[in-house]
Design a binder for this molecule. Structure first.
Ligand SMILES: Cc1cc2nc3c(=O)[nH]c(=O)nc-3n(C[C@H](O)[C@H](O)[C@H](O)COP(=O)(O)OP(=O)(O)OC[C@H]3O[C@@H](n4cnc5c(N)ncnc54)[C@H](O)[C@@H]3O)c2cc1C
Length: 386
C-alpha cells in the first residue's frame, strides 16, 4: 500500500500506479459483474464489501498503528476512483468508512482511536457520518439533535437524515447539540453504535442513483452512551465535522472521477464499434471533439483532485479551498461527461441495457452530498487563495 512517506505535490509514485492496477483488476473481476444488478434491485453490494475487505481495501485510510493499511490520501483517492469506475454505490464503502471515522482520527481520544479505528480496519463494521437532519441540510449548524450529560453518560435524542450506509454500518459519528445557546460552538461529536439501545433506522430512501448504497434516517431515542464516547472536547463537534469534510470532499471528487472515467472508457469503446453512414462513428470529427472535451475535463478534474489529496495528506492550511474546489469541479465534470457519454451511445445510451444511464444518475449525487455545489462555492469564496 502506498504509504505516508515521501509525499510530493503532483507526484504519483510507482506504488500508487501499482495500487491502481491491482484495484482495477479486483474491481473488474469482483465488483463490476454485480453493478447493474445492485442498481436494478436497489440492494447493498455485499459482494463488493466482501471483496474489498478480503483485500484490505475497505478502509485503507486507517493508519498502520491502529491496524489499518496506512494508505495516504492519494492512495485512498485511487482506491475510491477505481471502485467508482465500475460501481459508484460500492465506492461508498471505502469513502464513507473514511467520512465516518475521520472525526475520530482528527479529534478522538487515543482510546477511541484504538477501539473504533481498529474495528473498522479489521472489517468488524463500517462507519457512517450523521450530520444532516430533516430541517438542517446546507445549514447544518441548525441541527436539533440533543445530547445531554447525565452522570457518566450522554443521552442522545433526535433524527438524522440521509445517512449513507445507515443500518449496514456498525458505527456512527453523530453530531448533536450540547449547548443550544452557542449554535455551532454548542455542538459536540459522539460515537454511537448500532447496538446501542434506542438506535433505529427509517425505510431506505428511493433514490435516483447510488441505489446500492442504503440512505436512511437514523433515530436516536434516549440513547445512553458512556461519557468517553465524546469525540474531542465538548463544543468542538461542528468544527471537527467541517474539518472532516475538508478531507473527505477530496474522496467525493475521487468518486466523481471514477464515474466519469467509467463512462468515458465505455463510450470510447462503443464509438469504435458502432457504424453509421458506412463507417465507425469514431471517424466523425463531431464525435472526436466530444471525446476530446470529455477527456480534457476529466484530466483537469483529476489534477485538481490529486493536488487536493496532497494537501489533505499534509494538512495544508489552504485545504478548505482546495477540497471544495476539487469536489465542485470534479462533480460538475462528471455530470457533463456522463451526459455526453449517454449521447455518444444514441438511443442505446438511454436504456438499461448499457451502463451509461446508471453512471449519469450516479454522477448527480456527487454535486449534492458533502455540501451541494452551491455550498462549495460559498466555502471557496470564504477561503479564496491568497
Ligand atoms: C444520497 C444521499 C446521501 C447522503 N449522505 C449523507 C451522510 O452520510 N451524512 C450526512 O450527514 N448527510 C448526508 N447527505 C445529506 C446531504 O449532505 C444534504 O442533502 C446536502 O447537504 C443538502 O442539504 P438539503 O438536502 O437539506 O438541501 P437544502 O439545504 O435544503 O438545499 C436546497 C437547495 O438550496 C441550495 N442552497 C441552500 N443554501 C444556500 C445558500 N446559502 N446559497 C445558495 N444556495 C443554497 C442548495 O444548494 C440546494 O440546491 C446525503 C444526501 C443524499 C441525497
Amino acid at each position: 500500500m502506498a504509504g505516508r512517506k515521501d509525499f510530493d505535490l503532483f507526484r504519483v509514485s510507482e506504488e500508487h500506479d501499482m495500487l491502481r492496477e491491482s484495484v482495477r483488476a479486483l474491481a473488474e473481476a469482483k465488483i463490476a459483474p454485480f453493478a447493474a444488478e445492485v442498481d436494478e434491485q436497489s440492494r447493498f453490494p455485499q459482494e463488493a464489501l466482501d471483496a474489498l475487505t478480503a483485500n484490505d481495501l475497505h478502509a485503507v485510510h486507517v493508519p498502520e498503528e491502529y491496524g489499518g493499511a496506512g494508505a495516504d490520501a492519494l492512495a485512498t483517492v485511487i482506491v475510491i476512483e477505481e471502485v467508482a469506475r465500475v460501481c459508484a454505490s460500492s465506492s461508498l464503502i471505502p469513502a464513507v468508512n473514511k467520512l465516518g471515522s475521520m472525526p475520530v482520527m482528527l479529534a478522538g481520544s487515543e482510546d477511541l482511536k484504538r477501539r473504533y479505528l481498529g474495528a473498522v480496519a479489521r472489517g468488524d463494521g463500517m462507519f457512517s457520518y450523521c450530520l444532516s437532519e430533516p430541517e438542517a441540510g446546507s445549514d447544518a449548524a441548525a441541527m436539533k439533535t440533543r445530547a445531554v450529560r447525565d452522570g457518566d453518560s450522554w443521552v442522545l435524542d433526535g433524527v438524522k437524515r440521509w445517512i449513507t450506509n445507515a443500518g449496514v454500518s456498525e458505527f456512527y459519528t453523530v453530531m448533536a447539540v450540547t449547548d443550544p445557546e452557542k449554535r455551532s460552538k454548542g455542538i459536540s461529536a459522539f460515537v454511537v453504535e448500532k447496538s446501542d439501545e434506542g438506535v433505529s433506522f427509517g425505510a431506505p430512501e428511493k433514490k435516483l442513483g447510488i441505489k446500492g448504497s442504503p440512505t436512511r434516517e437514523v433515530y436516536l431515542d434516549n440513547v445512553r452512551i458512556p461519557a468517553d464516547r465524546i469525540i474531542g472536547e465538548e463544543g468542538t463537534g461542528f468544527a471537527t465535522a467541517m474539518k472532516t469534510l475538508d478531507h473527505t470532499r477530496v474522496t467525493i471528487a475521487a468518486q466523481a472521477l471514477g464515474i466519469a472515467q467509467g463512462a468515458l472508457d465505455y463510450a470510447k469503446g462503443y464509438v469504435r464499434e458502432r457504424k453509421q453512414f458506412g463507417k465507425p462513428i469514431a471517424d466523425f470529427q463531431g464525435i472526436q471533439f466530444m471525446l476530446a472535451d470529455m477527456a480534457m475535463k476529466l484530466e483537469a478534474a483529476r489534477q485538481l483532485t490529486y493536488a487536493a489529496a496532497a494537501k489533505s495528506e499534509r494538512g495544508d492550511a489552504d485545504l478548505t479551498f482546495h477540497g471544495a474546489a476539487a469536489k465542485c469541479f470534479a462533480s460538475d465534470a462528471a455530470m457533463e461527461i456522463t451526459v455526453d457519454a449517454v449521447q455518444l451511445l444514441g438511443g442505446y445510451g438511454y436504456t438499461r441495457d448499457y451502463p451509461l444511464e446508471r453512471m449519469m444518475r450516479d454522477a448527480k449525487i456527487t454535486q449534492i452530498y458533502e455540501g451541494t455545489n452551491q455550498v462549495q462555492r460559498i466555502v471557496m469564496a470564504r477561503n479564496l487563495p491568497k
